[in-house]
Design a protein around this ligand. Structure first.
Ligand code: IPM
Ligand code: MG
Length: 352
């Protein structure tokens, strides 16, 4: 099992260290190599995705990533900014399928800003297309018009094969779950997503057991807050998925709980928490490492087909929560408040 470990920026190194600790505590044959990405890549090699890092990632079976970004890089030219490194590695590795499961651990029902009865038992899988849409569409840029006024352009585009392959991922995953797919679009306004809806309907003919529904993204944003348990699998494009997955994370108590997997067509994957690099709390040992630890569990499940150890990690996380351990973002009455490192230790201790 060859794993590229890319800690990145901000809290990235701290949270990745906890996931690595948990992986090492399992009896697995792991070959882990670290490399810089994001701001760390820029510092090391003048490039948010250094060539050596990309090479390592390509040669590995899986990538474990922390997070990228820091305000101090916001003034760099766009292609040098940390986020570009992340978008490029997703594109270069063809990681088109982003899985973001939003699961509410019973112990955290009180940590959510929503009423416990609205969120308890929540188990939702958001499937976000990750290598297309307005994130990558051409033309793009900021230019100056003839009248001297500046104009910004981005282009939302999807071709049908891109839509079909992400749809297939959603239907296949739904078959292993509650057999419900909700496709999120804005087909009443945007042609790109009108095509999205058509392709989803065509594809659904191959999955007669799965119940397909469609929802406009604005309504989906509302329904996620109003009655999130109506959803099983949600499938959507890159930009809508970016927004809805942050929203869904709050149902689970904290974005610090939300792992993710980004897969190519052969289940090679990159695993990262859905949250960002939180430079404001970096280096203070207060970040929540659970999303990253849960991402490592997803890595074992999806890339290495090791369901047993994936469950072992997930159960250890549950146990640590049940024992009352909480980082600052999920504190509840009477809990044991711990830092990032101690939370990692609690999960390791709970493995056995
Ligand atoms: C995410 C993040 C990234 C995205 C940023 C950091 C480029 O928000 O993974 O959701 O927009 O995809
Ligand atoms: Mg995001």
């Amino acid at each position: 099992m060859k794993i590229a470990v890319l800690p990145g920026d901000g809290i990235g190194p701290e949270i990745v260290a906890q996931a690595v600790k948990v992986l090492k505590a399992l009896d697995l044959d792991l070959d882990m190599t670290e490399a810089p990405i994001g701001g760390a890549g820029y510092e090391a090699a003048g490039d948010p995705l250094p060539e050596a890092t990309l090479k390592l990632a390509k040669e590995s079976d899986a990538v474990l990533l922390g997070a990228v970004g820091d305000w101090k890089y916001d003034k760099l030219e766009r292609h040098l900014r940390p986020e570009r490194g992340l978008l490029r590695i997703r594109k270069e590795l063809n990681l088109f399928a982003n899985l973001r499961p939003a699961l509410l651990y019973p112990e955290l029902a009180d940590a959510s800003t929503l009423k416990p009865e609205v969120v308890s038992g929540l188990d939702l899988m958001i499937i976000r297309e990750l290598t297309g849409d307005i994130y990558f569409g051409q033309p793009r840029g900021i230019s100056t018009l003839e009248n001297g006024e500046r104009e910004g352009i981005n282009t939302m585009r999807y071709n049908e094969s891109e839509i079909r392959r992400i749809g297939r991922v959603a239907f296949d995953i739904a078959m292993k779950r509650n057999k419900k797919v909700c496709s999120v679009d804005k087909a009443n306004v945007l042609e790109t997503t009108e095509l999205w809806r058509q392709v989803m309907i065509e594809l659904s003919a191959e999955y007669p057991e799965v119940e397909l529904s469609h929802m406009y993204v604005d309504n989906a944003a509302m329904q996620l807050i109003r009655a999130p348990k109506q959803f099983d699998v949600m499938v959507t494009g890159n930009i809508f998925g970016d927004i809805l997955s942050d929203e869904a994370s709050m149902l689970t108590g904290s974005i610090g709980m939300l792992p993710s997997a980004s897969l190519d067509a052969n289940n090679k994957g990159m695993y990262e928490p859905s949250h960002g690099s939180a430079p404001d709390i970096a280096g203070k040992d207060i970040a929540n490492p659970l999303a990253t630890i849960l991402s490592a569990a997803m890595m074992l499940r999806y890339t290495f087909n090791d369901e047993a150890n994936a469950l072992k990690i997930e159960n250890a996380v549950k146990k640590a929560l049940a024992q009352g351990y909480r980082t600052a973002d999920i504190v509840t009455d009477g809990c044991k408040k711990v830092g990032c490192n101690a939370m990692g230790d609690a999960v390791v201790a709970a493995l056995n």
